[in-house]
Design a protein around this ligand. Structure first.
Ligand SMILES: [Zn+2]
Length: 173
């Protein structure tokens, strides 16, 4: 119990610090979908904007998708690009939705991230360069990748309700 309280305190503090210092690093990648800052602000909630356009991180175990076990698609909250499929989601124990691979070749793009004195690999939406989260190499089979993604960056479409056709070509067999 005592350990759990300490863990909660540490995670909570790290989360508060992380919310304050958003890494606003510039990228050389080109987005296919480009909007002005004012347009993104008008379209997104403040938390969605902070995470996706200012490279923020939501607090662990607080997002709407980390514990979602429903079948369906996860799409970009900014541009509707198909990002992840529930069939690749796994329980990582981190408090963030985790996947072992993106849905299609056009779902995500990655770039080295040196913020917070750590070398990490940032994951972005390939269409609009929304910050989604980071990818690590300690994931499960078959890929060994762990895409650690913010719930705020995605909208979930339950299977059967995916009336919007994928914006990217289907996965190759
Ligand atoms: Zn996007």
């Amino acid at each position: 119990m005592r350990q759990a309280i300490w863990l909660a305190a540490i995670v909570g503090t790290a989360c508060l610090i992380g919310s304050y210092f958003n890494a606003t690093r510039r990228t050389n990648l080109e987005a296919r979908i480009v909007k002005t800052d004012a347009e993104w602000r008008a379209q997104l909630t403040p938390e969605q904007y902070r995470v996706t356009r200012q490279k923020g991180t939501e607090c662990a175990f607080t997002g709407k998708s980390w514990d979602n076990k429903q079948a369906g698609q996860y799409r970009c909250v900014c541009c509707d690009n198909l990002l992840f499929d529930s069939s690749t989601k796994f329980e990582s124990g981190t408090g963030w939705p985790s996947f072992f691979q993106p849905a299609t070749e056009k779902s995500t793009v990655t770039e080295s991230d040196w913020s917070f004195f750590m070398r990490r690999t940032e994951v972005m939406c390939q269409a609009c360069l929304a910050h989604l989260g980071h990818v690590f190499e300690d994931g499960p089979k078959p890929t060994g990748a762990r895409y650690c993604i913010n719930s705020e960056a995605m909208k979930f479409i339950p299977a059967g309700e995916a009336e919007i056709p994928p914006t990217s070509p289907a996965k190759k067999d």
